[in-house]
Design a protein around this ligand. Structure first.
Ligand SMILES: [Fe+2]
Length: 224
């Protein structure tokens, strides 16, 4: 069974809508809760986005997909996006602590192991979801940082714009990879196809969870 790319995009857009409907209002959060969201987001994104995109590159088999992913990776490395991410966190006084890192550890591990299976179509579906999500998440992240007293918005400014293109490119890459999968054998069932989307969504839930911030404040070792 072949699932049309337009249907995949529609499903992903619905998941992104669901994620946004679940976001707490920045002004309703405590300063520590806002700091925690920025810190956990940084703990995940700074060291993993290029890793995941590299996994996508290793997994895909078509030239159109490879060239789109390479363009993305070149921009990430050439413009030092991890450095941009770190500066954003530093300016908001939200560098990840050990507790922030551990709060996302389990679900980040699941995503890493999923990427390691190098399943081309599933990874490209996950990255398309992520690019679409990041682009829409940027105004929210910027507002959290602003409320924390930061004015360094380079990371959110750059990603609120450029990732619109990345999303479109990834859907074209997905189209090519799915066409190849059709030639090589049956494409995965819908539940399999969105495996990475589900894992990433759960990771994002841990990033935005207020209970992670509450754990931090109640942890005497961290307070010390
Ligand atoms: Fe980036």
């Amino acid at each position: 069974m072949i699932i049309p790319v337009a249907d995949i995009q529609q499903h992903i857009d619905r998941v992104i809508d669901d994620v946004f409907a679940s976001l707490p209002q920045p002004e309703h959060l405590s300063s520590d809760e806002r700091r925690g969201i920025i810190a956990r987001y940084t703990a995940v994104l700074e060291g993993n986005f290029i890793y995941w995109m590299t996994g996508a590159f290793l997994a895909v088999k078509t030239d159109v997909a490879r060239s789109k992913i390479i363009e993305n990776l070149q921009e990430e490395v050439r413009d030092a996006h991890p450095l941009m991410m770190r500066r954003f966190a530093m300016a908001a006084h939200a560098m990840p602590t050990e507790v922030d890192t551990l709060a996302v550890h389990d679900r980040l591990t699941e995503v890493r192991l999923f990427i390691g299976r190098l399943s081309a179509v599933r990874i490209v579906v996950m990255m398309a979801f992520f690019e679409g999500l990041i682009q829409r998440f940027m105004p929210y992240l910027a507002e959290l940082a602003r409320l924390q007293g930061s004015s360094d918005m380079e990371y959110t400014d750059v990603h609120g714009v450029c990732d619109v293109t990345h999303t479109q490119e990834l859907y074209r890459a997905l189209q090519a990879e799915m066409a190849l999968a059709h030639v090589d054998g049956p494409v995965a069932k819908a539940t399999d196809l969105f495996e990475g989307v589900g894992l990433l969504r759960r990771l994002i839930t841990d990033i935005i969870s207020r209970s992670n911030a509450a754990r931090r404040t109640s942890d005497p070792q961290v307070a010390a």
